[in-house]
Design a binder for this molecule. Structure first.
Ligand SMILES: [Zn+2]
Length: 334
């Protein structure tokens, strides 16, 4: 037994001394001291079967070899670390590579979430040009020339009066309704432009999210059901909704959707400007004239549309107090 221990000690010492990396040392440590298959561990497990005499002589020796080898491994480990540090190719003052701090913009995160919701319900994701004609941006949406919503003050024209930066994502709606046959089920996230002076709450561009459905037999109940499911997805199952009549030229009837203020539960606070409700989106049944001007027979088909601004929603969600921060370089959230 003693000679076996001597052989083990000799071999282990040789192996430890010839190690060139900390990884190799770890392997050797496990080879001899692993709880399940370590050579010395296994040897010590035999101790109970020895006679008292054998235990007296072998026990202390085995323990000594064990602690000597462990000390040798540690010594060798320190030596390897020191050798590494002295390598002229290693510059300890060299700065670490910058950590990857990138993440998806909060607006895009919300768009992605909304897209995944609507994809689940069978909607396609649509897109369209940001430079748009007055035809698609106004006329086909039941906004004839001279309509207050086409006010030149609000619109950024590229080539007045026909070419402009789209003022709403409804322009994509009129394009898709013109280009495709029903049934149509599409959502369109997009950037829109208005002739606004930049401030903490307004910018000359912002984001909208629009959805529309056209098919035979679509009613306002479909719209309400869709909006209810969507708001529960956005704000949680206990959200309280309020639908109320509101005028939008491209729909009839038009319907505004409010949620009960989640901060004051309707009692009134600064967030809801003491109204108890917060307006989230505008919606309605697509106007007879809109369908007709887009080449869809309004006697056969009907449809609904809804649209919302994304910037304020994102600002609330991420507690961003100034819209300009959304588009600056220093947007950081935790
Ligand atoms: Zn409130």
């Amino acid at each position: 037994m003693d000679s076996e221990l001597e052989v083990i000690e000799k071999n282990a010492t040789l192996e430890i001394n010839s190690c060139v990396s900390a990884g190799e040392l770890d392997t050797i440590y496990l080879k001899y001291f692993s709880k399940t298959h370590g050579i010395i561990t296994n040897l010590l497990k035999k101790l109970p079967s020895f006679t008292i005499e054998e235990k007296k002589t072998f026990g202390p020796k085995a323990n000594q070899v064990q602690s000597d080898l462990k000390a040798l491994i540690e010594k060798k480990r320190n030596l390897l670390i020191n050798e590494q540090l002295q390598d002229p190719m290693i510059d300890m003052t060299y700065p670490l590579p910058a950590e990857n701090a990138g993440y998806m913009h909060p607006i895009n995160q919300v768009i992605e979430q909304m897209n995944s919701f609507f994809r689940y319900y069978g909607f396609s994701i649509g897109e369209g040009p940001e430079i748009e004609t007055a035809e698609y941006n106004f006329r086909k949406l039941n906004l004839p020339e001279g309509h207050p919503a086409t006010d030149l003050q609000d619109t950024l024209f590229i080539n007045e009066p026909d070419l402009l930066l789209r003022t709403h994502t409804s322009s994509i709606e009129s394009r898709i309704l013109t280009d495709y046959e029903p049934p149509i089920r599409v959502v369109v996230p997009g950037k829109v432009y208005r002739n606004e002076t930049a401030s903490a709450t307004n910018l000359a561009f912002f984001h909208q999210y629009q959805g529309f459905v056209v098919d035979k037999g679509i009613t306002i109940q479909h719209l309400k059901g869709t909006l209810e499911a969507f708001h529960k997805f956005l704000f949680g199952n206990d959200v309280i909704l309020r639908f109320r009549y509101k005028y939008y030229p491209e729909v009839s009837p038009g319907m505004g959707t409010d949620i009960q203020c989640t901060f004051c539960k309707g009692a009134g606070c600064t967030v809801c400007k003491f109204r108890g409700w917060i307006e989230v989106l505008g919606s309605g049944m697509i106007h007879y004239n809109t369908l007709k001007m887009c080449g869809i027979d309004p006697e056969v088909y009907s449809g609904f549309a809804f649209g919302m601004g994304l910037d304020r929603l994102v600002m609330n969600k991420f507690a961003i107090d100034d819209i300009r921060k959304l588009y600056g370089g220093g947007l950081i959230y935790i």
